[in-house]
Design a protein around this ligand. Structure first.
Ligand SMILES: NCCC[C@H](NC(=O)CCC(=O)O)C(=O)O
Length: 456
């Protein structure tokens, strides 16, 4: 490693798929989630697909980490909802009286760590600390119960108060609905001697205004992120207003199943890869970004609606690809397998890599278990930019390497079920299996006690 303390790297921290991965149709507005409701899930396969992607990115020479899943079923939340008795009784009663509530309290949805939080690197914040705000995920009940544990896990990963600042999630309720980094991208000129550590441009995308009904908004499906929430996160992270651009998502595409911005655009370095219909006032958004970007060139790679329709973008998750800068400086798209089975998208990607844009490679990954719940490669990762000092100060056990990959695969093999249906959630032994697995995991990742069952 170089000795330049200002040199910073982008890590991808992927969510480890939890032992209760299942398809419960919980996310209205997320087409894959509602259309795969009640399908048979394969938790072991899901976790292994995720680990394969992490290992492959590590092998490409990228920095990769892992974020632990939640304790599920969430007995503590079920108790708050009035279910009593032993933990097993709580589950049996919930299964009988409110199976949908039990399913919501059992979701492995924390695997999509793009929604875990929004972060800001120390190069961009007024106090020169790395800032984290867990997303309140207020729009979906099953996700709104993630942020407390997410916050504890992030603190166990980034403990040193000299370097890391942790905020609580924004106030609950629709007005400050916050979905984290799924609606946030940071652009930066990576060709400096600081790499990702030059001051960057924060791009916040929201679905609606919470305090102004006169503004455009979707009609059919919810806008999960509000303008006011995005503004609050920018304030909390003490960003310089010259380095922030806010943009509204096109409400029509939200109504077509684009529930997060990362289903219709993705950015990295000095490149925005976006569908032609991604934003309201699209040209103005490009102008704002070009103006605010501090670097030689800002590239917009726009995909025309005639080349790839919004429907095909949603089906293939083309824009939920990860856009990464490889160690040789080239940019690659890390795309889900579904991009190969939607003809217009495959044709577009084959064409794109031969054009004169910074994107020169496409790498395909099978994350189908996650995709069937509406989560592609980009949903599965949280990008965290850290300089060399901060890397040394963080928890080293969450950084992916060959040993951790082998250990986590063995851990999954030992603890996970091959299949899981909604009916299986009624089985109290699933809770015990899950807790046993997570207790072991906190030792592997050196997290200490982060789960409710470890804190009683
Ligand atoms: N960034 C991708 C998030 C996908 C996630 N899906 C879900 O929660 C589906 C769960 C289910 O239906 O079982 C969501 O919609 O927030």
């Amino acid at each position: 490693m170089s000795t330049n303390k200002n040199m910073a790297y982008e890590f991808n921290f992927d969510g480890l798929v939890g032992p209760t991965h299942n398809y419960a149709g919980l996310s209205l507005g997320n087409v894959a989630s509602t259309s795969n409701a009640n399908s048979i899930a394969k938790p072991k396969e899901a976790a292994k697909q995720g680990l394969q992607k992490m290992k492959a990115l590590h092998d490409l020479g990228l920095k990769q980490g892992v974020i632990a899943p939640m304790e599920r079923p969430d007995v503590a939340t079920l108790r708050r909802l009035g279910f009593t008795g032993s933990d097993a009784q709580v589950i049996i009663k919930a299964a009988k009286q409110a199976p949908k509530v039990l399913a919501a309290c059992s979701s492995a949805s924390s695997m999509w760590t793009a929604n875990a939080c929004t972060m800001a690197p120390s190069s961009d914040t007024a106090d020169e600390k790395v800032h984290f705000t867990p997303a309140n995920l207020a729009n979906k009940f099953h996700r709104s119960i993630e942020h407390n544990t997410t916050g504890r896990i992030l603190q166990a990963m980034f403990k040193d108060e000299n370097h890391f600042a942790h905020h609580p999630a924004l106030p609950m309720g629709d007005h400050f609905g916050d979905e984290g980094a799924a609606n946030h991208t940071r652009f930066v000129d990576v060709n400096s001697d600081k790499g990702y550590g030059k001051k960057g441009l924060h791009f916040f995308v929201y679905g609606k205004y919470a305090f102004d009904d006169s503004k455009p908004a979707p009609h059919k499906f919810p806008a999960r992120q509000t303008y006011e929430a995005s503004q609050a996160v920018a304030r909390l992270h003490m960003l310089d207003s010259d380095n922030v651009v806010f943009a509204q998502q096109n409400p029509h595409v939200i109504d077509k199943g684009v529930f997060h911005n990362d289903v219709i655009s993705v950015g990295n370095g000095n490149v925005l890869f976006a569908h032609q219909k991604a934003f309201l006032n699209q040209m103005q958004v490009y102008t704002d970004l070009e103006r605010a970007f501090d670097g030689e060139e800002f590239h917009v790679v726009e995909v025309g609606n005639n080349d790839v329709s919004v429907e095909d973008a949603v089906k293939s998750y083309l824009f939920n690809s990860q856009l990464v800068t490889l160690p040789d400086g080239k940019m690659a798209i890390i795309a889900p397998g579904e991009c190969e089975s939607v003809p217009a998208v495959k044709e577009y990607l084959d064409w794109l890599v031969d054009q004169d844009t910074p994107i020169t490679e496409v790498k395909i990954f099978d994350v189908k278990q996650s995709m069937q719940n509406g989560g592609g490669p980009a949903c599965l990762r949280q990008r965290i930019v850290l300089n060399e000092t901060e890397v040394s100060a963080m928890n080293q056990n969450v950084i992916m390497n060959d040993d951790l990959f082998a250990t986590l695969n063995a851990w999954v093999e030992k603890h996970y079920r091959d299949t899981l249906t909604e009916d299986d959630l009624a089985d109290p032994s699933l809770l015990n299996e899950s807790r046993l697995a997570l207790d072991e995991l906190t030792h592997i990742l050196n997290l200490g006690s982060v789960y409710p069952f470890q804190m009683v």
